[in-house]
Write a protein that binds this ligand. Structure first.
Ligand code: FAD
Length: 541
């Protein structure tokens, strides 16, 4: 690892930049800064690269972005060299891809694995960040860059008695590297978000019995995953430049065409045809079938009702089908893609428990006790998701100028406030990749990650060229961005649902909407414009 020492004697190792996290974001950030001639060190809690794809090894873990779009596009050579095997890549394949990237660009030599950043304090006098890690080391850095991701802080709900459970328990987001053997086992899955819905059919095939504890019935549509034909992959490779541009200018980071027609403008028959065709095609395309599905309740209900009818048609037992009926606006919680999820409830070895009607009281040594009974289990799986967006940042003790803690700043009021989701007033030279109030999780993330990384690298180059020591977001600019972000969100149906987007899944977390919904293409233009106008909304020292 290359360190760069200051001209003043300093007993601590010093880098131009410290990056936290070695997933999609951290890897590309390291590559970009190295290209610009900066010294950089990445700290990663895991013992390998990959981020969420390193941690989420649960059965059935798969990406919902189509593989040919779930890529870096900064290097055409890389795009041409890598070939995906299926339409939706499974976790092992994405992990192999990110390892391939790390090798190709020789990234590992500047990554310190098995090391968690515990604190980052801004030193007002030195204008540098003092960063501490869980191995007791301290380093200094001019730039502190968070690449901790939006979904790297797992949420294991505090459940009475968990420590008394005599079986094994796992969280999907921190899955063992060895295969968990479900054969002959009574398994319980708590949670029916995306991870639950991906893992439940796979576990059910192996387990003696599976009990699913569901709080929220979900809309889910078939992924229609399949192997990719060589000709299709070649076609995608040939269209590299066109696809890259289209993803960058799009609403959600995909090169899909979005409808300009209202769901309420067409006849019932036409609407059903459109939904049937999108259902058969599979994937996330359903939300783009009409232009008002996410802003108009009546329009949304036409699609929500369509999916409910599909669930009814699949699930044989009426009582179970009724428990599986979602009652929120489709896509206001994360849309889910599945492979034979609803069919799983027709299996004799699967039981569904509605924990809204029959709440979990405690975990016992033998299993899970609800108000109405006890379910004996050998293995318990928490598919309970993440403390999203702010969670991984809040786990570090981040202290900015004048001793201000990020935790305190974000505890104020109902909404987190950031400037563009990249910077925070009071925290000079700190950058967040896909931070709160950027498009982040409501986009195809590699596209949003590349945009942030490139913007941050350009910004650092500008600071250096101009001879400045630091950059900081202006409070008024931050207020205005936050207000804009909320206004855009509140014009949609997203804010009407209780979801991990809003923070409602975490006890006592302030509820807001820390995702920019104005579209990936618009957002890029805003960020580029701000940079072109000499980093409007920032001050320099
Ligand atoms: P991450 O991959 O989360 O990596 C962050 C890394 O930072 C982690 O390895 C973590 O260990 C490390 N870290 C965190 N805190 C610290 C600390 N204090 N010290 C040291 N290291 C730390 N996105 C899509 O676009 N499409 C999809 O279909 C999709 N599917 C997903 C499915 C699952 C199951 C999950 C969990 C996420 C999915 N995502 C999807 C979102 C995914 O998070 C992003 O696509 C992308 O992988 C994020 O990369 P990242 O590098 O920003 O963050």
């Amino acid at each position: 690892m290359t360190t760069q020492h200051n001209t003043k004697p300093n007993p601590l190792p010093a880098f131009d930049a410290v990056i936290v996290g070695a997933g999609f974001s951290g890897l590309y950030m390291l590559h970009k800064l190295r290209e610009a001639g900066l010294s950089a060190c990445v700290y990663e809690a895991g013992d390998g690269v990959g981020g969420v794809w390193y941690w989420n090894r649960y059965p059935g873990a798969r990406c919902d972005s189509e593989s040919v779009y779930y890529n870096y596009t900064f290097s055409e050579e890389l795009y041409q060299e890598w070939t995906w095997s299926s339409r939706y890549p499974g976790q092992p394949e994405i992990l192999r891809y990110l390892n391939f990237v790390a090798d190709k660009f020789d990234l590992r030599r500047d990554i310190q694995f098995r090391t968690r950043v515990t604190s980052a304090h801004y030193d007002d006098d030195e204008r540098k960040w003092r960063i501490q890690t869980n191995d007791g080391a301290t380093v200094m850095a001019t730039y502190f860059i968070s690449a901790v991701g939006c979904l790297s802080a797992t949420n294991v709900p505090k459940m009475k008695g968990l420590e008394t459970f005599e079986g094994q328990w796992f969280h999907t987001g921190n899955w063992p590297h060895e295969k968990v053997d479900f054969h002959g086992k009574r398994v319980g899955v708590i949670g029916t978000g995306s991870s639950g819905i991906q893992s439940i059919p796979v576990i059910a095939e192996e387990a003696l019995h599976l009990t699913v504890f569901q709080r929220t019935a979900q809309y889910s549509s078939p992924a229609q995953n399949h192997e990719l034909e060589e000709a299709y992959v070649q076609h995608a490779k040939n269209r590299f430049h066109e696809m890259k541009q289209s993803m960058r200018e799009s609403t959600a980071g995909f090169p899909y065409k979005r409808s300009r027609v209202s769901a309420l403008e067409v006849s019932e028959e036409k609407r059903q045809q459109v939904y049937e065709s999108a259902w058969a095609q599979g994937g996330l395309i359903l939300t783009s079938t009409f232009n008002d599905l996410l802003v108009n309740e009546e329009a949304n209900e036409t699609l929500s009702a369509f999916i409910r009818s599909k669930i009814r048609a699949v699930v044989h037992d009426e009582k179970t089908a009724e428990m599986l009926m979602p009652n929120y606006f489709f896509a206001t919680k994360r849309p889910i893609l599945d492979t034979r999820y609803f069919e799983t409830y027709n299996r004799e070895n699967v039981t569904l428990v509605n924990v809204k009607a029959d709440p979990i009281v405690e975990i016992t040594p033998k299993g899970v006790r609800t108000e109405k009974g006890e379910y004996e289990l050998d293995i318990l799986v928490f598919a309970t998701g993440y403390d999203a967006m702010t969670g991984p940042l809040m786990k570090m003790d981040i202290v900015g100028k004048n001793g201000e803690k990020l935790k305190d700043k974000w505890a104020e009021g109902a909404n987190v406030k950031t400037y563009l989701g990249i910077a925070n007033a009071g925290f000079p030279n700190m950058f967040m990749i896909t931070g709160p109030e950027s498009p982040s999780v409501l986009s195809n993330m590699p596209v949003s990650i590349e945009q942030h990384v490139e913007w941050i690298a350009d910004c650092i180059q500008y600071i250096r060229e101009q001879g400045y020591e630091s950059i900081e977001a202006v409070k008024e600019a931050e207020e205005a961005w936050s207000k804009h972000c909320w206004e855009v969100a509140s014009a949609t149906l997203f804010t009407k649902a209780e979801s991990w987007y809003t923070g409602a899944n975490i006890k006592d977390k302030p509820v807001g909407f820390p995702i920019y919904l104005g579209g990936v293409g618009n957002y890029r233009q805003i960020c580029t414009g701000i940079a072109e106008r000499g980093y409007e909304g920032f001050t320099f020292q």
